[in-house]
Design a protein around this ligand. Sequence first.
Ligand SMILES: *Cc1c(COP(=O)(O)O)cnc(C)c1O
Length: 362
Amino acid sequence: MIPVNKPYLPDLGKYQRYIEGIYDRAWLTNNGPMVQELKARLEDYLGVKHLLPVANGTLALQLAYKALNVSGSAITTPFTFVATASSLKWEGITPQFADIDPHSLNLCPDRAAGQIDSHTSAIVPVHVYGNACDVKGFEAIASENQLKIIYDAAHAFGVNYQGQSILNYGDASTLSFHATKVFHTVEGGAVIFKDADAYERAFKMINFGIDTSNGKIVDCGTNAKMSEVHAAMGLTVLDKIDEVIDRRCQLHRQYQANLKNVVELPGWRSGTNQNGAYMPIIFKSAPECTAVFTALRDQGIIVRRYFSPSLAQVEALGDNRHSTPIADDFANRVLCLPLYYDLTSGELEQVCNALKKALQTL
Ligand SMILES: *Cc1c(COP(=O)(O)O)cnc(C)c1O
C-alpha cells in the first residue's frame, strides 16, 4: 500500500536526548525552555518576528481572530481545509465564501472585494498547497476598507515570496504543525503577528489571559499552550528540515516531469518557491477524477480529494449567500497524490503509471 501521507519521524535517539532534558528539568509546559528555543529557532529559520507557538493550527486561527478583534463576518475561501472556516464560525464570526481564481486556486481579491459589506471585519485567505496568494491585491483591499487580513498559511512553511517569508504579509499568518504537515511537532501550530502588541495580547490569551509577570488576569483567555514534549519533537524535526523539504521538492519535480501533459497543475505565483507540501492534480472532469480515485484505491494507492467538498456546500458552516461556481467545480476534479519524505522514486513511478493507465482505460 502507498499512503497519501506519512509523518516524518526523526531519529529516535536524537528525540530522546531532547526528552531527557525535559526529565532533568521537570518543566513540562507553560512556556518552557524547549518552547522558547523552538520559537527563537523558527523565527530565525523562517525570517519572521513575533511568532507564538500554540497547541495546534486551528487554535492559531482562533487566537489570531481574537487578538485582532475580528467580529461580524469574514470573507474566506471555500477551497480549503474545513478548519479555516469552522474556526471562524466557532468564534461566532460568519464565514462568507468568495470564489477562487481558476489559475492559482487561491481566494480571488476582486471577488472577495465584491462581497464586503458593513459586517465584514476581515479577510481570511489561504495559501493553498503553499502557493502564495495575491498578497498585494489583498493588501490594497484591506487598507481601502479597513479590514484585517489573517492568512491561513498552514501549507506555507518555508515559502518565500519575492525574497521574503510569505508569513510577513497580513496582520497575522497562522501555521499548522500537525503530524502530516511539512514541519511538525506531532500536534502544534503558530501565529505570526505583524505587531508586537497583538503578539503580547495573544501570548497572555494562550495562558488563560494571565499576565505571568504579576499573576494578574488581564484578559479573557483560553489554554492553547504548546507543551515541552511537542516542542522537543519540533526541535528534532527542525534539525532535519532542509533535508525533508529538499526531498519533498525533489519528489514534486519528479511528479511534474512524469505527469507533464497528462494532468493539469495549479498555476504557481511567480516569485514563489515550492516547499513540496502537496502534489495536487486537476482533471478535466469530475467523472474522470472519480474514476482515477477509485482505480488507484483498488491498487492500494491512496489519494485524497483535497479539497472536497467546497466548503460553500457544507451546511454546518452556514448559509452561503453568494455562489462560488469556480471553487465548487475544482473541488470535484482535484486530487492530491502521495507525497512524503519516505516515498521512494520507484513508488512515485508506480503511482504515475497507475494514474496514466486509469486515464487510458476510461
Ligand atoms: C492542517 C490545516 C489546518 C488545521 O491545523 P491543525 O494543526 O490540524 O489544527 C488549518 N488550515 C489548513 C489549510 C490546514 O491544512
